[in-house]
Design a protein around this ligand. Structure first.
Ligand code: BTN
Length: 259
């Protein structure tokens, strides 16, 4: 199908005011993050979306690679939020994914701190946010969302242990077009609510599977072990170590310890 046809199919399903109204679909890209940043430099408006059929150099968090073969959704959304809403983007994006997955596939997904979306303990979606802040103003925030839709991560030995896909879990093919449109609807709804002062944090917390679990967190500088006790309103994770002390983690990679 032609890129223009896919763009029109998605746009026809949208209920948004601005997210996805400027939509760029490419069959193949290195990474939607770089394309989105180039569009920002050329003056792209808030809500502009880039989608790739496949990515050859998909970027994950902490310098990792993200696999985006045929059957994935790889999307970057350009936002220009007020500075006070920047920490909420992690929450907005992960909640939007959980909502869109439920609506389109019927599957229950949950959030592993900070923003991995999981089904039955396996990762189905990763989120990467890149932003530029100068003089107290957010120049842009690109929300990159990768979802394993109709490809089965079991076929990729590198990730087969920890990843899953929507069609594999639901036993049916899922429309990437419908999922992308619903995701944009959910993102805009939550983003506007957050900008109006809604308590996104509570909903995020309620959808988080990490709380109460014994975990290991790799912060990049230290490895912490303990129990995930709480998440703060700015999105940080509070961990209670074995000796009873508390530590607040701003960024890191969580592994849930199975009993
Ligand atoms: C992670 O869990 O490590 C984050 C993965 C983010 C992947 C998405 S796919 C769309 C966008 N383009 C990229 O290159 N990365 C993000």
């Amino acid at each position: 199908m032609k890129s223009q046809d896919i763009e029109s199919q998605i746009k026809n399903l949208l209920n948004t005011r601005f997210i996805g109204r400027q939509l760029h679909y490419y069959p193949h890209l290195s990474t939607t993050m770089d394309t989105a940043r180039e569009l920002v430099k050329k003056g792209a408006s808030e809500g502009t979306v880039v989608i790739a059929g496949t990515q050859t150099a998909g970027k994950g968090r902490i310098g990792r690679t993200w696999f985006s073969p045929e059957g994935s959704l790889a999307m970057s959304v350009i936002l220009k939020p007020p500075l006070k809403n920047l920490p909420q983007l992690v929450m907005i994006a992960s909640l939007a994914v959980v909502g869109a997955i439920k609506h389109i596939s019927g599957l229950d997904a949950s959030i592993k701190w900070p923003n991995d979306v999981m089904i039955k303990g396996k990762k189905v979606c990763g989120i990467l946010i890149e932003n530029e802040v100068a003089e107290g103003k957010v120049n842009y925030a690109d929300i990159g969302i990768g979802i394993n839709v109709n490809f089965n991560p079991m076929d990729l030995p590198e990730i087969s242990d920890m990843a899953t896909g929507l069609s594999h879990e639901s036993g049916k093919e899922i429309s990437v077009v419908q999922l992308a449109a619903k995701l944009m609807d959910e993102l805009e709804r939550l983003y506007l609510a957050a900008r109006d002062g809604a308590a996104i944090h509570n909903e995020w917390r309620q959808n988080m599977e990490t709380l109460g679990k014994r975990i290991k967190v790799d912060t990049g500088k230290t490895i912490e072990h303990g129990t995930a006790e709480e998440v703060t309103e700015t999105g940080n994770l509070i961990v209670r170590r074995g000796d009873g002390t508390l530590i607040e983690i701003v960024a890191g990679d969580v592994t849930v310890i199975k009993d």
